[in-house]
Design a protein around this ligand. Sequence first.
Ligand code: ZN
Length: 283
Amino acid sequence: MAWFKRESSDIQATEQKRVRTEGLWVKCEGCRQIIWKKELEDNLNVCTKCDYHFRISSAERLMLLLDEDSIEIQDENLESTDPLNFTDTRPYKARLEKSKSSTGLKDAIRNASGTIHGRPVIVSSMEYSFIGGSMGAVVGEAITRAIERACKDRKPIIVVSASGGARMMEGVVSLMQMAKISAALARLDTARIPYISVLTDPTTGGVTASYAMLGDLNIAEPGALIGFAGPRVIEQTIRQKLPEGFQTSEFLLRHGMLDAVVHRKDMKSYIARALDFMAPKAA
Ligand SMILES: [Zn+2]
């Protein structure tokens, strides 16, 4: 009865058949045009044709914001312990290992101190490519430490968000981070030290519901998806059609949820000017 049985070795993996030029060109999500990757990188990963802001890594973000040679990485040895021993389609431990090897990070965050136009600052930058930039105990602890360091050293802090929200694989432990970070920010506020929140594509869920919206200044990159719940969930709940462009930076700016939408090329100088205004250097 096995006359139709296919030998398993007949099917070849298609991996090797990929075209050699792959990686040289990228398709823009904004205008659907094909752009030369080198040209895109030279333009801070912003489309030269339509200004679409591509996602960038936490390392690129730090280099973009901080003065060259001033960057000092901190808190890089924090690791998740998988407190719930969680498994969905794959064990959480396996997901962690995969993200660790692909990003070279231990979790979805990179803390650094450095200077912006000579002014000392603390920066916490989220890494979207590490399990969707989700916030678990490590991200929460790293951001809290960065805030506490900002408090102790009396340096302004900038948190760059890029996150799908709380990390469900850590359950309530990840939700707890919202309160923990918010409490640390309250102490920073009492100490009268500026906090600038930079929202990039995407900033959603528990991250939006806590520190991303708690900045003395909340600024976003153009076209970023920013929201709490997804549009489908909201439409089902309020039983209304949502307006066009809902949950983008520009929409939120028009409705008073953000202070500014700033192009990537202007971000550093914008922050520097804001800090000069918020915390003038001692004469
Ligand atoms: Zn484009």
